[in-house]
Design a protein around this ligand. Structure first.
Ligand SMILES: Cc1cc2nc3c(=O)[nH]c(=O)nc-3n(C[C@H](O)[C@H](O)[C@H](O)COP(=O)(O)OP(=O)(O)OC[C@H]3O[C@@H](n4cnc5c(N)ncnc54)[C@H](O)[C@@H]3O)c2cc1C
Length: 395
């Protein structure tokens, strides 16, 4: 048991990364304390849309995403709680012949990676989205992708972790990291200090704040994204539907509501305002895509922050100048999908010194090489760039 002032591992952040890591560490007998300044799943992990996809994944994330899908499929049984994970597929559609012309090559590229992918013509589109406008010329479907209820899933991991002895200190902010002679010793918090030989910074978009005083700069910045929810509707779409431009997207939850959004996310700092104008824009493009949705009613809207890095990939590393201090953050608006596998990866990295998937290219040093060179890596094609949920959108 944790004594209250010591732990084997301290985790900062009760989002999905903190909760899945805590769960996997506790399964291996580790004494874990999780600090969360608010409550479980209050930031990105409770505000996202739960899209789980292999479609248009970066090659560095793909093995993690594959394992994550297997783990999502077993999650309810393993955790003893409902995450509402379902295999739905992901369907990217377009109004434009030039984008559609690239779909076949993209489907072929996916198939060579072992992903079930194909181009869907006008007729078949209606099997997936019965009332889709005939203006849409084609779709690109990946069938293994899915959808999860993010709040339920985060709570399910937190509850299972608590059952295994993890101590959650919610409503308690970590105020500082204690590092002496290049080794982490624990944290200072609003509830007092906790000593620990290992600290994981899983503070999402806030991860840089705790590292600044150590002289470590980690380029994670917020980008605001707004979500709308409708009343319950009869079947609108089976897959998670994304339009290649304008970048409106939506999925239908188990209870029939639609979760709608439209990129690009906005780089406006830590700002949370719900924009009425954006609600109108999202609904205009949604109705253009599925005209029968003209009568759909929006009942709620909220915003959340994508945690953007310059190359839209997370930072997963032990800090070279602070042994025992790990960072796992900056998933750039698409990290929820990966989380069950990320939890395993982090537990293995912390306890065995070896990650379950290659992370060499996900360290902080990659940003040094980028100084003045813009993005570190370009995506493979115009269409694959749509997979990047960047703040500045498709250029
Ligand atoms: C609107 C929106 C839609 C999205 N849609 C999808 C999607 O469909 N699919 C997908 O895969 N991803 C999606 N994402 C991205 C996904 O939500 C994130 O990548 C993921 O949730 C990140 O999890 P996390 O645990 O790293 O961060 P968070 O969930 O942000 O958790 C970090 C936690 O740390 C806490 N914290 C911060 N600082 C401190 C401190 N000093 N002390 C204590 N606690 C602290 C915060 O309160 C927070 O709860 C979306 C994000 C948003 C905002």
């Amino acid at each position: 048991m944790t004594t209250g002032t010591t732990a084997d591992v301290v985790i900062i952040g009760g989002g999905i990364v903190g909760c899945t890591t805590a769960y996997n560490l506790a399964k291996r007998g580790t004494r874990v304390v999780v600090f969360e300044k608010e409550d479980i799943a209050q930031e990105a992990s409770g505000r996202n849309r739960g899209n789980v996809r292999l479609q248009l994944r970066d090659r560095l994330e793909l093995p993690i995403a594959r394992e994550a899908i297997e783990l999502w499929q077993r999650a309810d049984e393993e955790l003893g709680m409902a995450t509402e994970y379902r295999t739905t597929g992901n369907l990217l559609v377009t109004y434009h012949d030039d984008i559609a012309a690239g779909f076949e090559a993209e489907a072929e590229r996916h198939r060579t990676l072992g992903i079930d992918a194909r181009v869907v013509g006008r007729e078949e589109l209606r099997d997936h989205v019965p009332d889709i406008t005939p203006e849409i010329v084609a779709g690109f479907l990946t069938t293994q992708d899915g959808h999860v209820n993010p709040q339920k899933a985060t709570w399910a991991f937190a509850t299972a972790a608590r059952r295994l002895g993890v101590e959650f200190r919610t409503g308690t902010r970590v105020t500082g990291l204690v590092v002496e002679n290049g080794v982490v010793r624990g944290v200072e918090s609003e509830g007092g200090p906790v000593s620990s030989p290992v600290v994981l910074n899983a503070a999402g978009v806030r991860a840089p704040e705790l590292l600044g005083p150590l002289g470590v700069r980690i380029p994670i910045t917020p980008a605001k994204h707004q979500i709308l929810v409708t009343t319950r509707l009869p079947l609108v779409t089976r897959p998670y539907l994304r339009c290649a431009g304008p970048r409106v997207s939506f999925c239908q939850t188990l209870d029939g509501t639609l979760l709608l959004g439209m990129g690009p996310a906005q780089s406006v700092g830590f700002e949370t305002t719900v924009s009425r104008a954006h609600i109108s824009n999202i609904m205009r493009e949604t109705i253009r895509l599925v005209p029968t949705l003209a009568s759909a009613r929006v009942v709620r809207s909220w915003t959340g922050w994508f945690e953007m890095t310059p190359d839209d990939l997370p930072v997963i590393a032990e800090l070279p100048d602070a042994r025992g201090l790990f960072v796992c953050a900056g998933f750039s608006g698409h990290g929820f999908a990966l989380a069950p596998a990320i939890g395993r990866l982090m537990a293995s990295l912390i306890l065995d010194g070896q990650a379950t998937h290659p992370i060499d290219e996900l360290g902080l040093d990659r940003f040094d090489a980028m100084q003045g060179h813009g993005r570190a890596r370009e995506a493979e094609s115009v269409i694959s760039r749509l997979g990047r949920l960047t703040a500045d959108g498709l250029k």
